[in-house]
Design a protein around this ligand. Structure first.
Ligand code: NAP
Length: 568
Protein backbone atom coordinates (compact mmCIF):
# COMPACT_ATOMS: atom_id res chain seq x y z
CA UNK A 1 0.00 0.00 0.00
CA UNK A 2 1.80 3.22 -1.10
CA UNK A 3 2.23 6.31 1.00
CA UNK A 4 0.47 9.55 0.16
CA UNK A 5 1.35 13.23 0.67
CA UNK A 6 -1.59 15.13 2.18
CA UNK A 7 -2.67 18.66 3.03
CA UNK A 8 -0.03 19.87 5.45
CA UNK A 9 2.87 19.28 2.99
CA UNK A 10 5.41 22.05 3.65
CA UNK A 11 7.65 21.22 0.66
CA UNK A 12 10.82 21.16 2.74
CA UNK A 13 11.93 18.11 0.77
CA UNK A 14 13.21 16.09 3.76
CA UNK A 15 11.04 13.21 2.54
CA UNK A 16 12.64 13.41 -0.90
CA UNK A 17 16.08 12.67 0.50
CA UNK A 18 14.84 10.03 2.95
CA UNK A 19 13.17 8.06 0.15
CA UNK A 20 15.36 5.10 -0.89
CA UNK A 21 13.75 4.80 -4.33
CA UNK A 22 13.43 8.45 -5.41
CA UNK A 23 9.66 8.29 -5.70
CA UNK A 24 8.82 11.76 -4.26
CA UNK A 25 8.74 14.68 -6.69
CA UNK A 26 9.38 17.38 -7.63
CA UNK A 27 12.82 17.20 -6.00
CA UNK A 28 14.41 20.55 -5.07
CA UNK A 29 16.62 20.44 -8.19
CA UNK A 30 13.69 19.90 -10.55
CA UNK A 31 12.33 22.90 -12.48
CA UNK A 32 8.80 22.80 -11.08
CA UNK A 33 9.89 22.60 -7.41
CA UNK A 34 9.42 26.32 -6.74
CA UNK A 35 5.98 26.46 -8.35
CA UNK A 36 4.59 23.10 -7.17
CA UNK A 37 1.82 23.40 -4.60
CA UNK A 38 2.85 20.17 -2.84
CA UNK A 39 5.09 17.13 -3.27
CA UNK A 40 3.73 13.84 -4.65
CA UNK A 41 4.56 10.18 -4.07
CA UNK A 42 4.61 7.88 -7.11
CA UNK A 43 2.32 5.00 -6.05
CA UNK A 44 3.87 2.67 -8.62
CA UNK A 45 7.39 3.16 -7.28
CA UNK A 46 6.75 3.58 -3.52
CA UNK A 47 8.14 0.60 -1.57
CA UNK A 48 6.08 1.44 1.50
CA UNK A 49 9.12 1.70 3.79
CA UNK A 50 7.80 4.72 5.72
CA UNK A 51 11.15 6.56 5.69
CA UNK A 52 9.35 9.65 4.37
CA UNK A 53 6.91 9.57 7.28
CA UNK A 54 9.76 9.84 9.78
CA UNK A 55 11.48 12.57 7.77
CA UNK A 56 8.42 14.80 7.31
CA UNK A 57 8.45 17.61 9.91
CA UNK A 58 4.73 18.35 9.61
CA UNK A 59 3.13 14.90 9.64
CA UNK A 60 1.86 15.25 6.06
CA UNK A 61 2.53 11.70 4.84
CA UNK A 62 0.50 8.59 5.66
CA UNK A 63 0.06 5.11 4.22
CA UNK A 64 -2.94 5.02 1.91
CA UNK A 65 -4.64 2.49 4.19
CA UNK A 66 -4.65 4.99 7.07
CA UNK A 67 -6.08 8.01 5.26
CA UNK A 68 -9.25 9.55 6.64
CA UNK A 69 -12.18 9.76 4.19
CA UNK A 70 -11.54 13.49 3.66
CA UNK A 71 -7.92 12.69 2.72
CA UNK A 72 -8.75 10.07 0.06
CA UNK A 73 -8.75 12.76 -2.61
CA UNK A 74 -4.96 13.01 -2.23
CA UNK A 75 -4.55 9.44 -3.62
CA UNK A 76 -5.44 10.37 -7.22
CA UNK A 77 -3.70 13.75 -6.84
CA UNK A 78 -0.40 12.06 -5.90
CA UNK A 79 -0.83 9.51 -8.71
CA UNK A 80 -1.84 12.06 -11.37
CA UNK A 81 1.51 13.82 -11.03
CA UNK A 82 3.14 10.70 -12.51
CA UNK A 83 0.58 10.09 -15.27
CA UNK A 84 3.10 10.80 -18.04
CA UNK A 85 6.18 9.83 -16.09
CA UNK A 86 8.48 6.87 -16.64
CA UNK A 87 9.99 5.84 -13.29
CA UNK A 88 12.81 3.95 -15.03
CA UNK A 89 14.11 7.25 -16.44
CA UNK A 90 14.66 8.70 -12.96
CA UNK A 91 17.97 8.51 -11.10
CA UNK A 92 18.05 5.88 -8.35
CA UNK A 93 18.22 8.53 -5.65
CA UNK A 94 17.33 12.22 -5.60
CA UNK A 95 20.51 14.24 -6.09
CA UNK A 96 21.67 15.52 -2.69
CA UNK A 97 23.25 18.95 -2.49
CA UNK A 98 26.27 18.30 -0.27
CA UNK A 99 26.52 20.50 2.82
CA UNK A 100 29.16 23.17 2.25
CA UNK A 101 32.47 22.30 3.93
CA UNK A 102 33.95 25.04 6.08
CA UNK A 103 37.70 24.74 5.57
CA UNK A 104 38.74 26.86 8.56
CA UNK A 105 37.42 26.73 12.11
CA UNK A 106 35.76 29.61 13.88
CA UNK A 107 33.20 30.83 11.36
CA UNK A 108 30.83 33.13 13.22
CA UNK A 109 27.51 34.16 11.66
CA UNK A 110 24.68 36.42 12.82
CA UNK A 111 21.18 35.68 11.54
CA UNK A 112 18.59 38.42 11.81
CA UNK A 113 15.11 36.95 12.22
CA UNK A 114 14.22 33.54 13.64
CA UNK A 115 11.55 32.21 11.28
CA UNK A 116 11.83 29.13 9.06
CA UNK A 117 14.43 30.63 6.70
CA UNK A 118 16.63 31.59 9.67
CA UNK A 119 16.30 28.18 11.32
CA UNK A 120 17.02 26.23 8.13
CA UNK A 121 20.05 28.48 7.48
CA UNK A 122 21.30 27.89 11.04
CA UNK A 123 20.85 24.15 10.59
CA UNK A 124 22.82 24.19 7.35
CA UNK A 125 25.66 26.16 8.98
CA UNK A 126 25.77 24.00 12.09
CA UNK A 127 26.42 20.83 10.09
CA UNK A 128 30.05 21.98 10.24
CA UNK A 129 32.15 21.75 13.41
CA UNK A 130 33.28 24.95 15.08
CA UNK A 131 30.63 27.19 13.51
CA UNK A 132 28.87 29.64 15.80
CA UNK A 133 25.46 31.10 14.95
CA UNK A 134 23.81 33.95 16.85
CA UNK A 135 20.14 34.50 16.00
CA UNK A 136 18.58 37.91 16.66
CA UNK A 137 14.86 38.63 16.81
CA UNK A 138 13.06 41.74 18.00
CA UNK A 139 10.32 39.58 19.55
CA UNK A 140 10.80 37.72 22.84
CA UNK A 141 9.91 34.42 21.08
CA UNK A 142 11.40 32.73 18.02
CA UNK A 143 10.09 31.09 14.83
CA UNK A 144 8.49 34.07 13.08
CA UNK A 145 5.44 33.26 11.00
CA UNK A 146 5.29 29.67 12.22
CA UNK A 147 4.28 31.08 15.59
CA UNK A 148 2.47 34.21 14.45
CA UNK A 149 1.36 33.46 10.88
CA UNK A 150 0.30 29.82 10.55
CA UNK A 151 -3.41 29.55 11.31
CA UNK A 152 -4.11 28.13 14.78
CA UNK A 153 -6.34 25.42 13.28
CA UNK A 154 -3.31 24.03 11.41
CA UNK A 155 -1.47 22.39 14.32
CA UNK A 156 0.32 19.88 12.08
CA UNK A 157 2.02 22.70 10.23
CA UNK A 158 3.10 24.20 13.54
CA UNK A 159 4.81 20.90 14.39
CA UNK A 160 7.78 22.09 12.36
CA UNK A 161 8.75 23.97 15.53
CA UNK A 162 9.85 20.61 16.97
CA UNK A 163 12.49 20.52 14.23
CA UNK A 164 13.42 24.13 14.97
CA UNK A 165 13.73 23.36 18.70
CA UNK A 166 16.16 20.56 17.82
CA UNK A 167 18.18 22.96 15.69
CA UNK A 168 18.09 25.57 18.48
CA UNK A 169 19.33 22.97 20.95
CA UNK A 170 22.66 22.62 19.16
CA UNK A 171 25.76 23.77 20.98
CA UNK A 172 26.87 26.38 18.46
CA UNK A 173 23.57 28.29 18.44
CA UNK A 174 22.45 31.15 20.66
CA UNK A 175 19.31 33.27 20.63
CA UNK A 176 19.31 37.02 21.15
CA UNK A 177 15.55 37.44 21.47
CA UNK A 178 13.89 40.73 22.39
CA UNK A 179 16.82 42.43 20.66
CA UNK A 180 16.03 44.66 17.71
CA UNK A 181 18.64 45.06 14.99
CA UNK A 182 18.69 48.69 13.91
CA UNK A 183 17.70 49.86 17.42
CA UNK A 184 19.62 47.79 20.01
CA UNK A 185 22.50 46.81 17.73
CA UNK A 186 23.43 48.16 14.33
CA UNK A 187 24.23 46.38 11.11
CA UNK A 188 27.82 47.62 11.41
CA UNK A 189 28.14 46.24 14.95
CA UNK A 190 26.84 42.86 13.81
CA UNK A 191 29.56 42.78 11.17
CA UNK A 192 32.15 43.78 13.79
CA UNK A 193 31.22 40.69 15.81
CA UNK A 194 30.74 38.16 13.01
CA UNK A 195 32.26 37.10 9.71
CA UNK A 196 28.87 37.46 8.08
CA UNK A 197 25.28 38.53 8.67
CA UNK A 198 22.35 36.71 7.09
CA UNK A 199 19.19 38.79 6.91
CA UNK A 200 16.17 36.52 7.37
CA UNK A 201 13.64 38.98 8.75
CA UNK A 202 10.88 38.17 6.29
CA UNK A 203 8.12 40.50 5.19
CA UNK A 204 6.58 42.02 8.29
CA UNK A 205 4.07 44.40 6.72
CA UNK A 206 1.34 44.03 4.12
CA UNK A 207 1.00 45.34 0.59
CA UNK A 208 -1.05 48.55 0.58
CA UNK A 209 -4.38 48.79 -1.23
CA UNK A 210 -4.46 52.28 -2.62
CA UNK A 211 -8.18 52.87 -3.07
CA UNK A 212 -10.47 55.44 -1.45
CA UNK A 213 -11.75 54.38 1.97
CA UNK A 214 -9.02 51.78 2.54
CA UNK A 215 -8.19 53.45 5.88
CA UNK A 216 -11.76 53.61 7.21
CA UNK A 217 -12.42 51.96 10.59
CA UNK A 218 -13.46 48.39 9.77
CA UNK A 219 -10.94 48.11 6.93
CA UNK A 220 -7.76 46.31 7.96
CA UNK A 221 -5.25 43.83 6.66
CA UNK A 222 -5.42 40.06 6.85
CA UNK A 223 -1.83 40.05 8.08
CA UNK A 224 -2.91 42.06 11.15
CA UNK A 225 -5.86 39.74 11.73
CA UNK A 226 -3.59 36.70 11.51
CA UNK A 227 -1.08 38.25 13.92
CA UNK A 228 -3.92 39.04 16.35
CA UNK A 229 -5.40 35.52 16.36
CA UNK A 230 -1.90 34.12 16.81
CA UNK A 231 -1.14 36.19 19.89
CA UNK A 232 1.60 38.36 18.35
CA UNK A 233 2.62 40.69 21.22
CA UNK A 234 2.27 43.80 19.01
CA UNK A 235 -1.42 42.93 18.43
CA UNK A 236 -2.62 42.20 21.96
CA UNK A 237 -4.79 45.33 21.93
CA UNK A 238 -5.69 45.33 18.25
CA UNK A 239 -9.41 45.33 17.70
CA UNK A 240 -11.69 44.17 14.94
CA UNK A 241 -15.39 44.85 14.48
CA UNK A 242 -17.19 41.51 14.27
CA UNK A 243 -20.66 42.95 14.83
CA UNK A 244 -21.80 42.79 11.19
CA UNK A 245 -23.24 39.93 9.18
CA UNK A 246 -20.76 39.96 6.32
CA UNK A 247 -17.00 40.29 6.03
CA UNK A 248 -15.21 40.70 2.70
CA UNK A 249 -11.67 39.51 2.07
CA UNK A 250 -9.88 41.02 -0.91
CA UNK A 251 -7.41 38.59 -2.55
CA UNK A 252 -7.69 34.81 -2.60
CA UNK A 253 -4.35 33.40 -1.48
CA UNK A 254 -3.86 30.88 1.32
CA UNK A 255 -3.91 33.68 3.91
CA UNK A 256 -7.42 34.65 2.75
CA UNK A 257 -8.54 31.05 3.25
CA UNK A 258 -6.96 30.97 6.72
CA UNK A 259 -8.80 34.14 7.73
CA UNK A 260 -12.13 32.97 6.29
CA UNK A 261 -11.92 29.70 8.23
CA UNK A 262 -11.12 31.46 11.50
CA UNK A 263 -13.96 33.97 11.00
CA UNK A 264 -16.49 31.18 10.43
CA UNK A 265 -15.08 28.57 12.83
CA UNK A 266 -16.95 27.06 15.72
CA UNK A 267 -15.28 28.84 18.68
CA UNK A 268 -15.36 25.60 20.67
CA UNK A 269 -13.11 23.92 18.12
CA UNK A 270 -10.78 26.95 18.09
CA UNK A 271 -10.66 26.68 21.88
CA UNK A 272 -8.59 23.49 21.51
CA UNK A 273 -5.88 25.32 19.53
CA UNK A 274 -3.15 27.77 20.51
CA UNK A 275 -5.27 30.76 19.40
CA UNK A 276 -4.92 33.94 21.45
CA UNK A 277 -7.39 33.96 24.34
CA UNK A 278 -8.26 37.58 23.52
CA UNK A 279 -9.08 36.71 19.91
CA UNK A 280 -11.04 33.66 20.99
CA UNK A 281 -13.19 35.75 23.33
CA UNK A 282 -13.92 38.23 20.52
CA UNK A 283 -14.75 35.44 18.07
CA UNK A 284 -17.18 33.91 20.57
CA UNK A 285 -19.20 37.13 20.33
CA UNK A 286 -18.89 37.45 16.57
CA UNK A 287 -22.00 38.06 14.47
CA UNK A 288 -20.25 37.32 11.18
CA UNK A 289 -22.32 34.83 9.19
CA UNK A 290 -20.82 35.15 5.73
CA UNK A 291 -17.29 35.72 4.48
CA UNK A 292 -16.84 36.63 0.82
CA UNK A 293 -13.40 35.96 -0.66
CA UNK A 294 -12.89 38.04 -3.77
CA UNK A 295 -10.31 37.39 -6.52
CA UNK A 296 -9.62 39.92 -9.23
CA UNK A 297 -8.84 37.22 -11.80
CA UNK A 298 -10.53 33.93 -12.67
CA UNK A 299 -10.75 30.55 -10.95
CA UNK A 300 -7.74 29.22 -12.87
CA UNK A 301 -5.65 32.05 -11.40
CA UNK A 302 -6.80 31.48 -7.80
CA UNK A 303 -3.81 32.15 -5.57
CA UNK A 304 -4.77 29.54 -2.96
CA UNK A 305 -3.11 26.16 -3.37
CA UNK A 306 -4.76 22.83 -4.11
CA UNK A 307 -4.08 21.29 -0.67
CA UNK A 308 -5.55 24.31 1.12
CA UNK A 309 -8.60 24.34 -1.18
CA UNK A 310 -9.16 20.66 -0.41
CA UNK A 311 -8.97 21.51 3.28
CA UNK A 312 -11.59 24.21 2.76
CA UNK A 313 -13.85 21.91 0.73
CA UNK A 314 -14.15 19.55 3.68
CA UNK A 315 -14.36 22.32 6.26
CA UNK A 316 -17.01 21.31 8.78
CA UNK A 317 -17.91 24.72 10.20
CA UNK A 318 -19.18 26.56 7.11
CA UNK A 319 -20.70 25.90 3.70
CA UNK A 320 -18.31 26.97 0.94
CA UNK A 321 -20.31 28.38 -1.95
CA UNK A 322 -19.68 29.27 -5.56
CA UNK A 323 -22.66 30.76 -7.27
CA UNK A 324 -24.05 31.92 -10.60
CA UNK A 325 -21.52 33.23 -13.06
CA UNK A 326 -18.60 31.99 -10.98
CA UNK A 327 -19.73 28.37 -11.48
CA UNK A 328 -19.74 29.02 -15.21
CA UNK A 329 -16.23 30.47 -15.03
CA UNK A 330 -15.02 27.30 -13.33
CA UNK A 331 -16.73 25.09 -15.90
CA UNK A 332 -15.19 27.09 -18.75
CA UNK A 333 -11.70 26.93 -17.23
CA UNK A 334 -11.74 23.13 -16.78
CA UNK A 335 -11.28 22.42 -20.47
CA UNK A 336 -7.60 22.57 -21.27
CA UNK A 337 -6.46 22.41 -17.62
CA UNK A 338 -4.31 19.55 -16.42
CA UNK A 339 -2.35 18.42 -13.35
CA UNK A 340 -2.95 20.19 -10.05
CA UNK A 341 -4.84 23.02 -11.78
CA UNK A 342 -7.37 20.55 -13.19
CA UNK A 343 -7.76 19.06 -9.73
CA UNK A 344 -8.21 22.53 -8.24
CA UNK A 345 -10.97 23.40 -10.70
CA UNK A 346 -12.62 20.05 -10.12
CA UNK A 347 -12.70 20.69 -6.37
CA UNK A 348 -14.10 24.18 -7.00
CA UNK A 349 -16.87 22.70 -9.14
CA UNK A 350 -18.03 20.60 -6.19
CA UNK A 351 -18.70 23.64 -4.00
CA UNK A 352 -22.31 24.31 -3.04
CA UNK A 353 -24.36 26.61 -5.27
CA UNK A 354 -26.00 28.33 -2.30
CA UNK A 355 -25.51 28.70 1.43
CA UNK A 356 -27.31 26.29 3.74
CA UNK A 357 -29.80 28.08 5.97
CA UNK A 358 -28.59 28.45 9.54
CA UNK A 359 -24.92 27.73 8.72
CA UNK A 360 -22.08 30.15 8.26
CA UNK A 361 -20.91 30.51 4.67
CA UNK A 362 -17.70 31.23 2.78
CA UNK A 363 -18.48 32.55 -0.70
CA UNK A 364 -15.81 32.54 -3.44
CA UNK A 365 -16.16 35.34 -6.01
CA UNK A 366 -14.10 36.03 -9.14
CA UNK A 367 -13.26 38.75 -11.67
CA UNK A 368 -13.85 41.63 -9.25
CA UNK A 369 -11.29 44.38 -8.54
CA UNK A 370 -11.93 46.66 -5.56
CA UNK A 371 -12.27 50.33 -6.45
CA UNK A 372 -13.50 51.84 -3.18
CA UNK A 373 -14.19 50.87 0.41
CA UNK A 374 -17.60 52.40 1.13
CA UNK A 375 -18.70 54.24 4.25
CA UNK A 376 -18.33 57.61 5.92
CA UNK A 377 -17.35 57.03 9.56
CA UNK A 378 -16.79 53.27 9.19
CA UNK A 379 -16.99 50.58 6.55
CA UNK A 380 -20.41 49.81 5.07
CA UNK A 381 -19.28 47.87 2.03
CA UNK A 382 -16.90 47.58 -0.91
CA UNK A 383 -17.36 48.65 -4.52
CA UNK A 384 -15.83 46.45 -7.19
CA UNK A 385 -15.52 46.74 -10.93
CA UNK A 386 -16.19 43.59 -12.91
CA UNK A 387 -13.27 42.40 -14.98
CA UNK A 388 -13.05 40.59 -18.29
CA UNK A 389 -10.25 38.06 -18.59
CA UNK A 390 -8.17 36.75 -21.46
CA UNK A 391 -8.21 33.02 -20.64
CA UNK A 392 -4.98 32.39 -22.56
CA UNK A 393 -2.85 34.86 -20.58
CA UNK A 394 -4.90 35.42 -17.41
CA UNK A 395 -4.75 39.18 -18.09
CA UNK A 396 -7.73 41.19 -16.85
CA UNK A 397 -9.32 44.39 -18.09
CA UNK A 398 -11.98 46.42 -16.32
CA UNK A 399 -15.51 46.57 -17.73
CA UNK A 400 -17.96 49.39 -16.96
CA UNK A 401 -20.03 47.21 -14.61
CA UNK A 402 -19.84 47.91 -10.88
CA UNK A 403 -20.76 45.56 -8.04
CA UNK A 404 -21.33 46.72 -4.44
CA UNK A 405 -21.11 44.28 -1.55
CA UNK A 406 -22.43 45.34 1.86
CA UNK A 407 -20.02 44.50 4.67
CA UNK A 408 -19.01 45.73 8.10
CA UNK A 409 -15.47 44.36 7.87
CA UNK A 410 -13.04 44.44 4.95
CA UNK A 411 -9.72 42.64 5.15
CA UNK A 412 -7.20 43.06 2.38
CA UNK A 413 -5.26 39.87 1.87
CA UNK A 414 -3.10 40.86 -1.05
CA UNK A 415 0.28 39.70 0.18
CA UNK A 416 3.02 40.58 2.63
CA UNK A 417 5.71 43.19 2.04
CA UNK A 418 9.27 43.44 3.36
CA UNK A 419 10.66 46.64 4.85
CA UNK A 420 14.07 48.26 5.03
CA UNK A 421 16.40 47.90 8.01
CA UNK A 422 18.79 50.78 8.81
CA UNK A 423 22.10 50.31 7.04
CA UNK A 424 21.00 47.24 5.07
CA UNK A 425 20.61 47.41 1.26
CA UNK A 426 16.96 47.43 0.17
CA UNK A 427 15.12 47.31 -3.13
CA UNK A 428 11.94 49.38 -2.58
CA UNK A 429 10.27 48.10 -5.74
CA UNK A 430 10.48 44.41 -4.87
CA UNK A 431 10.69 45.07 -1.11
CA UNK A 432 13.63 42.67 -0.72
CA UNK A 433 17.33 42.90 0.06
CA UNK A 434 18.79 43.05 -3.47
CA UNK A 435 20.82 39.87 -3.93
CA UNK A 436 22.19 37.32 -6.32
CA UNK A 437 21.74 33.79 -5.05
CA UNK A 438 21.59 35.09 -1.46
CA UNK A 439 24.66 37.36 -1.69
CA UNK A 440 23.39 40.88 -0.90
CA UNK A 441 24.25 43.63 -3.35
CA UNK A 442 25.02 47.18 -2.23
CA UNK A 443 22.10 48.32 -4.45
CA UNK A 444 19.88 46.94 -7.20
CA UNK A 445 22.21 45.80 -9.98
CA UNK A 446 25.22 46.77 -7.84
CA UNK A 447 28.17 44.81 -6.44
CA UNK A 448 28.19 42.29 -3.56
CA UNK A 449 28.15 43.83 -0.08
CA UNK A 450 30.91 41.85 1.64
CA UNK A 451 29.67 39.65 4.45
CA UNK A 452 25.97 40.38 3.93
CA UNK A 453 23.47 37.73 2.82
CA UNK A 454 19.71 37.26 2.60
CA UNK A 455 17.39 34.30 2.88
CA UNK A 456 13.65 33.62 2.87
CA UNK A 457 11.03 36.23 2.00
CA UNK A 458 13.42 39.19 2.36
CA UNK A 459 15.58 37.46 -0.27
CA UNK A 460 12.99 36.25 -2.78
CA UNK A 461 9.70 37.98 -1.86
CA UNK A 462 6.64 36.65 0.01
CA UNK A 463 5.92 33.37 -1.73
CA UNK A 464 6.26 29.65 -1.11
CA UNK A 465 5.76 27.41 1.87
CA UNK A 466 7.66 26.89 5.11
CA UNK A 467 9.84 24.18 3.58
CA UNK A 468 10.67 26.22 0.49
CA UNK A 469 13.06 28.03 2.81
CA UNK A 470 15.20 24.92 3.19
CA UNK A 471 16.57 24.90 -0.35
CA UNK A 472 16.58 28.73 -0.31
CA UNK A 473 18.82 28.58 2.81
CA UNK A 474 21.09 25.98 1.28
CA UNK A 475 21.78 28.32 -1.60
CA UNK A 476 22.57 31.29 0.67
CA UNK A 477 24.70 29.30 3.12
CA UNK A 478 26.55 27.71 0.18
CA UNK A 479 27.45 31.20 -1.08
CA UNK A 480 28.49 32.36 2.41
CA UNK A 481 30.71 29.36 3.09
CA UNK A 482 32.27 29.67 -0.34
CA UNK A 483 33.14 33.32 0.40
CA UNK A 484 34.52 32.36 3.82
CA UNK A 485 36.68 29.58 2.35
CA UNK A 486 38.02 31.97 -0.31
CA UNK A 487 39.06 34.42 2.41
CA UNK A 488 36.63 37.10 1.19
CA UNK A 489 35.07 37.65 4.63
CA UNK A 490 36.82 39.87 7.15
CA UNK A 491 37.45 38.25 10.55
CA UNK A 492 35.31 39.72 13.36
CA UNK A 493 37.02 42.69 14.96
CA UNK A 494 35.64 41.82 18.39
CA UNK A 495 35.45 38.53 20.33
CA UNK A 496 32.17 36.70 20.81
CA UNK A 497 32.10 37.29 24.57
CA UNK A 498 31.89 41.04 23.98
CA UNK A 499 28.63 40.59 22.12
CA UNK A 500 26.87 39.39 25.26
CA UNK A 501 28.24 42.34 27.20
CA UNK A 502 27.26 44.81 24.50
CA UNK A 503 23.68 43.53 24.38
CA UNK A 504 23.38 43.26 28.16
CA UNK A 505 24.40 46.91 28.38
CA UNK A 506 21.59 47.94 26.07
CA UNK A 507 18.79 45.40 26.57
CA UNK A 508 17.87 44.49 30.12
CA UNK A 509 15.42 41.80 29.03
CA UNK A 510 17.28 39.92 26.36
CA UNK A 511 16.08 36.31 26.18
CA UNK A 512 18.51 33.51 25.36
CA UNK A 513 17.71 29.98 24.24
CA UNK A 514 17.24 28.77 27.81
CA UNK A 515 14.81 31.62 28.37
CA UNK A 516 12.86 30.56 25.28
CA UNK A 517 12.79 26.97 26.59
CA UNK A 518 11.29 28.23 29.86
CA UNK A 519 8.62 30.23 27.97
CA UNK A 520 7.89 27.19 25.81
CA UNK A 521 7.50 24.87 28.81
CA UNK A 522 5.34 27.37 30.63
CA UNK A 523 3.01 27.97 27.67
CA UNK A 524 2.65 24.23 27.10
CA UNK A 525 1.89 23.68 30.78
CA UNK A 526 -0.84 26.34 30.57
CA UNK A 527 -2.42 24.24 27.81
CA UNK A 528 -3.13 21.58 30.48
CA UNK A 529 -2.79 18.82 27.88
CA UNK A 530 -5.96 20.05 26.13
CA UNK A 531 -4.40 22.79 24.02
CA UNK A 532 -0.90 22.62 22.54
CA UNK A 533 -0.07 25.80 24.40
CA UNK A 534 -1.73 28.87 25.85
CA UNK A 535 0.31 31.79 24.61
CA UNK A 536 1.45 34.75 26.64
CA UNK A 537 0.17 37.77 24.79
CA UNK A 538 2.46 40.60 25.85
CA UNK A 539 6.20 41.11 25.78
CA UNK A 540 6.14 41.71 29.56
CA UNK A 541 4.46 38.35 30.22
CA UNK A 542 6.89 36.59 27.91
CA UNK A 543 9.88 38.19 29.61
CA UNK A 544 8.47 37.21 33.02
CA UNK A 545 7.99 33.61 31.82
CA UNK A 546 11.59 33.54 30.57
CA UNK A 547 12.81 34.72 33.98
CA UNK A 548 10.62 32.36 36.02
CA UNK A 549 12.46 29.28 37.30
CA UNK A 550 15.71 30.64 35.97
CA UNK A 551 18.47 28.72 37.80
CA UNK A 552 19.88 30.58 40.78
CA UNK A 553 23.29 32.10 40.33
CA UNK A 554 22.75 32.86 36.64
CA UNK A 555 21.56 36.34 37.47
CA UNK A 556 18.04 37.73 37.20
CA UNK A 557 18.69 41.22 36.02
CA UNK A 558 20.31 42.93 33.12
CA UNK A 559 22.97 44.22 35.53
CA UNK A 560 23.92 40.77 36.79
CA UNK A 561 23.91 39.45 33.22
CA UNK A 562 26.20 42.25 32.18
CA UNK A 563 28.65 41.61 34.99
CA UNK A 564 28.70 37.90 34.33
CA UNK A 565 29.07 38.15 30.57
CA UNK A 566 31.75 40.79 30.83
CA UNK A 567 33.70 38.52 33.14
CA UNK A 568 33.63 35.55 30.77
P1 NAP B 1 -0.64 35.49 -2.28
O1 NAP B 1 -0.68 34.02 -2.36
O2 NAP B 1 0.43 36.20 -3.03
O3 NAP B 1 -2.09 36.03 -2.75
C1 NAP B 1 -2.32 37.41 -2.90
C2 NAP B 1 -3.70 37.63 -3.50
O4 NAP B 1 -3.93 39.02 -3.52
C3 NAP B 1 -3.85 37.14 -4.94
O5 NAP B 1 -5.15 36.65 -5.11
C4 NAP B 1 -3.64 38.42 -5.74
O6 NAP B 1 -4.26 38.41 -7.01
C5 NAP B 1 -4.35 39.40 -4.84
N1 NAP B 1 -3.96 40.78 -5.07
C6 NAP B 1 -2.73 41.33 -5.08
N2 NAP B 1 -2.79 42.65 -5.29
C7 NAP B 1 -4.12 42.95 -5.41
C8 NAP B 1 -4.83 44.15 -5.64
N3 NAP B 1 -4.21 45.32 -5.77
N4 NAP B 1 -6.17 44.09 -5.72
C9 NAP B 1 -6.82 42.90 -5.58
N5 NAP B 1 -6.21 41.74 -5.36
C10 NAP B 1 -4.86 41.77 -5.27
O7 NAP B 1 -0.49 36.02 -0.79
P2 NAP B 1 -0.84 35.38 0.63
O8 NAP B 1 -2.15 34.74 0.66
O9 NAP B 1 -0.53 36.48 1.59
O10 NAP B 1 0.26 34.23 0.82
C11 NAP B 1 1.67 34.54 0.85
C12 NAP B 1 2.45 33.23 0.72
O11 NAP B 1 2.30 32.47 1.91
C13 NAP B 1 1.96 32.34 -0.42
O12 NAP B 1 3.05 31.72 -1.03
C14 NAP B 1 1.11 31.32 0.29
O13 NAP B 1 0.98 30.08 -0.39
C15 NAP B 1 1.87 31.16 1.58
N6 NAP B 1 0.97 30.63 2.62
C16 NAP B 1 0.86 29.29 2.70
C17 NAP B 1 -0.02 28.74 3.59
C18 NAP B 1 -0.16 27.25 3.66
O14 NAP B 1 0.57 26.54 2.99
N7 NAP B 1 -1.08 26.73 4.41
C19 NAP B 1 -0.80 29.55 4.43
C20 NAP B 1 -0.66 30.95 4.32
C21 NAP B 1 0.23 31.47 3.40
P3 NAP B 1 -3.39 38.15 -8.34
O15 NAP B 1 -3.06 36.69 -8.34
O16 NAP B 1 -4.30 38.55 -9.41
O17 NAP B 1 -2.15 39.01 -8.22
Amino acid sequence: MPHVVTQSCCSDGSCVFACPVNCIHPTPDEPDFLTAEMLHIDPAACVDCGACVSACPVDAIAPQSRLRPDQQIFVPINAAYYADDDATMRPWLAPVTPAPVVTDRGLRVAIVGSGPAAMYAADELLTQPGVRVNIFDRLPVPYGLVRSGVAPDHPKTKRVTELFDTIAGQEGLEFYLNVEVGRDISHRELLDHHHAVIYAYGAATDRPLNIPGADLPGSSSATEFVAWVNGHPDYRDWSVDLSHRRAVIIGNGNVALDVARILTADPDSLATTDISDVALAALRNSRVEEVVIVGRRGPAQSAFTLPELIGLSTYPDATVTLSGGDRELVAAAVSGADGDLAAKLEVLSTMAAAAEPGRRAINLRYLLSPTEVLGSSSVTGVRFVENAIDPATGTISATDRLVDLDAGLVLRSIGYRGRALPGVPFDPDRAVVPNVGGRALDRVGGVPETGVYAVGWIKRGPSGFIGTNKSCSQETVGALVDDFNRGVLAAPRVGDSHLGALIAGRVGDRIDRHGWQRIDRSERARGLGVRGRVKYLTAAELVAAAERDRPRGKGRSGLVDRLMTAGR
